[in-house]
Design a protein. Structure first.
Length: 171
């Protein structure tokens, strides 16, 4: 997709939500994880999208697919990269390189219930490499700053989002 195509699509969406702000609030598409045996799951989503995860061999999984924790980091990397590219297109900046690397520190004793430490990441880091012909370092930094403030995945990790669970017992 070209920058002009992205810019035109964004302009249409912005105009739509400017005229109809009440339509901005919606329920996001569902992700349904289906057990495939052991510690392997296939998650199904909209338009036939599928994603497989499996826990590593060290905890009894087969290690044949990414772990859910890696998928979280991948989601953050992809979301931040998408938002940087979106903002660049909006600003008329043609990127020549964009790479977002995400890693984290965790204490696996938490997910095993062996210590009073959180089961999730203790710290998450993102590293962005980008370049664009004719854009200054300040302009590129502004793209990243804007993207980090508008990335839905980064936002979900940054603030406490209410999480509710319902349980259905039976077949």
């Amino acid at each position: 997709m070209s920058n002009s195509h992205i810019r035109e699509a964004l302009a249409g969406v912005i105009e739509h939500f400017t005229q109809h702000p009440e339509l901005g609030l919606m329920t996001d598409s569902t992700a349904v994880a289906v057990w495939q045996g052991g510690l392997r799951f296939q998650t199904e989503g909209p338009s036939g999208a599928t994603l497989v995860s499996e826990m590593p061999k060290a905890v009894g999984g087969g290690g044949s697919a990414p772990t859910p924790g890696w998928l979280l980091r991948a989601a953050l990397a992809n979301c931040n990269a998408s938002m940087i590219a979106l903002r660049a297109a909006q600003a008329g900046i043609t990127l020549t390189r964009l790479e977002v690397t995400v890693d984290s520190d965790s204490n696996d004793r938490g997910l095993l219930g062996l210590a009073e430490v959180p089961p999730g990441p203790l710290r998450v880091r993102a590293h962005v490499r980008l370049a664009a012909d004719g854009a200054s370092a300040e302009q590129l930094q502004a793209l990243v700053d804007w993207a980090e403030q508008h990335s839905p995945v980064a936002d979900a990790l940054r603030r406490a989002v209410p999480l509710g669970t319902t349980v259905e017992i039976g077949r």
